[in-house]
Design a protein around this ligand. Structure first.
Ligand SMILES: Cc1cc2nc3c(=O)[nH]c(=O)nc-3n(C[C@H](O)[C@H](O)[C@H](O)COP(=O)(O)OP(=O)(O)OC[C@H]3O[C@@H](n4cnc5c(N)ncnc54)[C@H](O)[C@@H]3O)c2cc1C
Length: 386
């Protein structure tokens, strides 16, 4: 069951072949050094996997979110962590759907050729948290450019990206017709920005995930870097957020299968009281339960992917897929750790590393409570709770 072929087998086999060159020990060492998996990322770029969603006309493979999600799933399933690279997949959707022709011509061929990376998206702010429409970072238009001031927190991969999608308020909240209007998104050239109005302060954290605090002090962004229409950025961003949630659901599915495979193998091999521990129902049932939940979450993940790829609304499915998959992978992680007893805590088994990595997805990119509140309000018609 864990290795049954499906319609994405060609992609799976190819990504697995690449990942085989980067065994557990590689990712373990990167984690221990709190380093970025540069050689692995270069290999992914070289093989064209990170330009999967770029149309062929711009040098990519022209694949959809479903295929992109399979690539991310396989990296995690092979023991790696797609968190190092998934930004390029979900940011790509924003640029493809809402970027101008000139922006696509400027950036996409260079990204496809591996000369530029679009790995960062800056939304979260320290003072407003999940209440995104109240962000305080402003972009004020002046003489063919925008002046950006404010602060962001937890922004991933800034030190390993060339470009960043930035959300900022262009109309003060009090003057905006709706709180979700008056927000705009920009593509920021990080090489131009850092040291010229943008400063970057790394945040050490529980997982080896490169995150940063960003300080904007009159950063100049050329007006042509505005994506789409001024004031409509929040709407554009939602596409990117739905893609992000769906991709992360797929990564959690990959983690989940990794944990189930490791737990099943160990439970079959570890002999205690003269028999494999997996002969005990108290050991095998939790593994079976975790597997069932991964399988169920996977259905919602593919549903969200299919809706996104056919340009249909997918907010509900993307949120539910992310909730189900993050919960299932976390339960599988817990079961895998428990099955390994004390050995699960030893770094060399990689379980504690993957355990930390998959725990993140109950909080980021959206916390579980906020998904419940979305479902309660938007699907069930319950009164808004905040
Ligand atoms: C490793 C990492 C990488 C990240 N990368 C990025 C990135 O690249 N770009 C980016 O923009 N952001 C990024 N984030 C930020 C992430 O998206 C946020 O941390 C997440 O959305 C939660 O927001 P917050 O931390 O501000 O929590 P808060 O909004 O402060 O919420 C704290 C807790 O309170 C709960 N809560 C808040 N309001 C309510 C309510 N009304 N009802 C019920 N519960 C509520 C939340 O569910 C949460 O559990 C990253 C975070 C981490 C940890």
């Amino acid at each position: 069951m864990l290795d049954r072929p499906d319609e994405h087998q060609e992609i799976r086999d190819a990504v697995r072949a690449l990942c085989r060159q980067f065994p557990d020990a590689y990712f373990r060492a990167i984690d221990a050094q709190r380093a970025y998996p540069e050689v692995f990322v270069d290999a992914l770029i070289g093989a064209g996997w990170l330009s999967a969603m770029i149309p062929e006309a711009y040098g990519g493979s022209g694949l959809g979110l479903t295929a992109a999600s399979v690539i991310m799933e396989e990296i995690n399933r092979c023991g790696g962590n797609s968190g190092a690279v998934h930004g390029q997949m979900y940011n790509m959707g924003t640029l493809l759907r809402h970027g101008s022709r000139a922006q696509k011509e400027k950036y996409l061929p260079a990204i496809a050729a591996g000369k530029l990376r679009l790995q960062s998206m800056a939304v979260t702010e320290p003072s407003t948290g999940t209440d995104t429409t109240r962000i305080r970072t402003t972009a004020v238009r002046k003489d063919g450019r925008y002046l950006v001031n404010g602060q962001k927190v937890w922004i991933s991969r800034v030190q390993h990206s060339d470009l960043m999608i930035l959300l900022a308020r262009t109309t003060p909240l009090a003057e905006a017709p709706e709180k979700s209007e008056g927000l705009s998104i920009f593509v920021v050239d990080l090489h131009d920005a850092v040291g010229n109005g943008l400063s970057v302060q790394p945040i050490a954290n529980m997982v080896n995930h490169e995150t940063n605090e960003l300080f904007f002090d009159n950063l100049e962004v050329p007006a042509e870097n505005l994506i789409g229409e001024e004031g409509q950025g929040f709407r554009y961003l939602l596409d990117g957020l739905n893609a992000e949630r769906t991709l992360i659901a797929a990564e959690c599915i990959g983690d989940g299968y990794w944990f189930i495979e490791r737990a099943s193998r160990y439970a079959s091999e570890r002999i205690v009281f003269d028999r494999p521990i997996g002969m005990n129902q108290g050991v095998q049932f939790p593994i079976a339960e975790a597997f069932i939940e991964i399988e169920a979450a996977n259905l919602m993940r593919f549903k969200a992917c299919a809706l996104f790829d056919t340009q249909q609304p997918c907010g509900a499915q993307a949120n539910m897929a992310k909730y189900l998959a993050a919960k299932a992978s976390w339960e599988a992680a817990n079961v895998c750790l428990q099955t390994h007893g004390g050995f699960g805590f030893a770094n060399e088994y990689d379980i504690e590393r993957k355990f930390r990595e998959t725990r993140l997805y109950q909080v980021a990119p959206i916390s579980t409570n906020l998904i419940f509140s979305y479902v309660a309000e938007h699907l069930l018609g319950l009164p808004r709770s905040f």
